[in-house]
Design a protein around this ligand. Structure first.
Ligand code: GAL
Length: 658
């Protein structure tokens, strides 16, 4: 039997008098809500003093929800330790790189390495699991919230040293990896090593990068402790934690995604209108790729736009379209932050599924309509967590947080190199052409995609470089953007000409970088900004040149494949022209999104005009026939015959081997 999709949001009932709770459940039922996340920030309410618990209110909330047939994603509230805890354990409060110890009064103020915090986390986790293991409401555990607080205190320093010992074995290896010979930084005792705290001038880039790796691993260890305890006490109940998306990459998502039972992501686009649709597709493709063929869920989004200088409502229809973009890519549902907009507190102006205006509002009517629509779309799998549908991807974009962190490091030749922007551009250009995309780690086994795109991947390991070369030799098309392959995993430059690790496969040698202050016009490709290079051909041919005559875009045939190099930042149309020559272009209509799963197709029209769509059949949502066109802002989900088998390696999400 196919399950319904999950639909709902964060539910924080403790901020409302109990009379409101019954109305909440009635409204949830009206809206078709099937799942709510409860208790994310409830620690101080649940444990008002060490070891003293007040579960009565939560018992009543869970009973009410269960009575309404609504499932609960029960949170472990470790993201917001209570004030009493901070006062008793000031050593567990976050210390910034400037040495400022933060205080309670907001949220996310903890040090994951502090023993008292680790102990208290396990205590509240155990108490919750023991209390609710036999309750019928919880269907899932939600550990913490958007892990992402680095700490620079002495506990963190000790844990960082232990992590470094495991990574390097001995100090000689660490000194070598960090190039401590420069600026007299050589360490002769482990005790001398600290997190990258405030320094007089530039910190050591390898140290900064290792610290980000460590923070990700240390937070993962905290997650894994709660997860293991929950698995022991409530076997069979899946455990997740919601990743923060957008420009804030705090964890290595490939690594983390192997540790969660369900990948879940929060998605708040910073753009508006079409830009928001593009960013939503990007976020959903990332989540799907991290899940690597396993289930995933859009855990949070908003009914309005919350990022940027001003908050604004989503336009009519956008709430549904954004949700369907995720569901189309295999999300097991669509969840929001939060159910009811708060009256007070720091996020009192954050939109909710029930806005301040109450249920008699456009937003709530759209929320109800979306619930009804999702209720007509069977979840993609049999059983709650078997796996999302196969989504056909034709092109892979390489994604690696370590490379991103490295490019955010100190002392780089341009402050304008932006890994996220490069990855988003690659995705956006293909999205507009209707080309289905997935993300892959540089060392993933790469099936024969039509192309693999490499966005400003500064840091690359030898293993990954060999992987990319093998992909090209085997017949693949690789399109590498500037500032890729320059450094090894310790941020050390690979000498002999850029782009070190990829020089051979690209058939070029770059002698100098020339970051650009002003745009330069490239014949046929339009403006080139941010960056330029002095490129020498070493087997490759020039496809486009700088006004001075030097190669700007090159092509190199290697084995059965081709490797392209784009040595500057092009605008979207220039980059699209390169891709069209390289191969992975599509013929979709910009703003009309068609996502094919194994046995159904989603079509979403983000434009304001009627548009043709290559879809015929009966819409699962309305039951009406679809005859090859979609009205402005329209969307349909149409079952299709399972198509004949294609190369199974080609049309498949990559398993997450990392
Ligand atoms: C998320 C967070 C939520 C809420 C939301 C507001 O990042 O998990 O708790 O703060 O942002 O947009």
């Amino acid at each position: 039997m196919r399950m319904p999709l999950w639909y709902g949001g964060d539910y924080n009932p403790e901020q409302w008098p109990e009379e409101v709770w019954a109305e909440d459940v009635a409204l949830m039922r009206r809206a078709g809500v099937t799942l709510v996340t409860v208790g994310v920030f409830s620690w101080s309410r649940l444990e008002p003093a060490e070891g003293r618990y007040t579960f009565g209110w939560l018992d009543r909330v869970l009973d009410l929800l269960a009575g309404g047939g609504i499932g609960v994603d029960l949170a472990v509230p470790t993201a917001s330790p209570p004030p009493w805890f901070s006062l008793e354990h000031p050593d567990a409060l976050t210390v910034t790189r400037d040495g400022v110890r933060l205080t309670h009064g907001s949220r996310d103020t903890y040090c994951v390495s502090a023993p008292a915090y680790r102990e208290a986390s396990l205590r509240i986790t155990r108490a919750l699991a023991e209390r609710y293991r036999d309750h019928r409401a919880p269907v899932m555990w939600h550990v913490h919230n958007e892990y992402g607080t680095p700490c620079h205190c002495d506990h963190a320093a000790a844990a960082f040293r232990a992590w470094l010992r495991r990574r390097y074995g001995g100090l000689d290896a660490l000194n070598d990896a960090w190039t401590t010979a420069f600026w007299g930084q050589r360490y002769s005792d482990w005790a001398q090593i600290t997190p990258p705290r405030a320094t007089q001038y530039l910190p050591n880039p390898a140290q900064a990068l290792d610290f980000r790796r460590f923070v990700s691993d240390e937070m993962l260890a905290h997650f894994a402790e709660q997860r293991d305890l929950l698995r022991e006490l409530t076997p069979g109940v899946p455990v997740t934690t919601n990743y923060v998306l957008a420009g804030w990459a705090c964890v290595d998502h490939w690594k983390w995604s192997r540790e969660v039972d369900l990948v879940s992501v929060d998605d708040y686009p910073s753009g508006r209108g079409m830009a928001a649709a593009e960013q939503t597709a990007f976020a959903a493709d990332l989540a799907r790729s991290w899940a690597g063929g396993r289930p995933w869920l859009l855990m949070e989004q908003a009914t309005g736009y919350v990022l940027g200088p001003r908050a604004s409502p989503k336009e009519p229809g956008e709430i549904a379209r954004h949700s369907l973009q995720h569901v189309a890519r295999g999300s097991q549902g669509a969840m929001f932050f939060q159910w009811r907009a708060s009256r007070g507190g720091a996020e009192q102006w954050h939109p909710g599924m029930v806005p301040h205006a109450g249920p008699d509002s456009r937003v709530f009517r759209e929320v109800c309509a979306l619930g009804e629509a999702l209720g007509r779309i069977p979840a993609p799998v049999d059983g709650p967590l078997i796996g999302p549908p196969v989504v056909e991807a034709e092109v892979a974009i390489l994604w690696d947080e370590e490379a991103w962190w490295a490019v955010q490091g100190p002392g780089l030749p341009s402050a304008e190199i932006d890994y996220l922007a490069a990855a988003q551009q690659a995705h956006r250009v293909l999205w507009r052409q209707g080309v289905a995309v997935c993300f892959a780690h540089p060392s993933h086994d790469l099936p024969p995609y039509r192309a693999v795109l490499v966005p400003s991947l500064y840091l690359i390991s030898d293993e990954a470089a060999r992987n990319l070369a093998a992909y090209v030799e085997g017949g693949g098309t690789l399109v590498v953007s500037f500032f890729s392959g320059i450094a090894d995993e310790h941020t050390r430059i690979r000498p002999g000409g850029y782009p070190g690790a990829l020089r051979e496969v690209l058939g070029i040698r770059v002698e100098e970088f020339r970051p650009l202050a002003e745009p330069v016009e490239l014949p046929e490709l339009g403006p080139s900004t941010v960056w330029s290079e002095v490129v020498h051909l070493d087997g490759a041919e020039a496809v486009a040149r700088y006004p001075g005559g030097g190669p700007a875009v090159t092509r190199h045939r290697v084995g059965a494949g081709t490797a392209w190099y784009v040595s500057t930042r092009l605008d979207d149309s220039g980059y699209a022209r390169v891709l069209a020559q390289a191969g992975p272009a599509g013929s979709g209509t910009p703003g009309v999104e068609v996502v094919r799963q194994r046995d159904r197709v989603f079509a979403i029209n983000h434009t304001e005009d009627e548009q043709p769509v290559p879809v015929d059949g009966t819409d699962l949502i309305t039951g009406r026939p679809v005859d090859g066109s979609l009205g402005p802002g329209g969307y349909v989900v149409v079952p299709v015959q399972t198509r004949p088998a294609v190369d199974p390696r080609r049309f498949r999400d990559l398993p997450n081997h990392r």
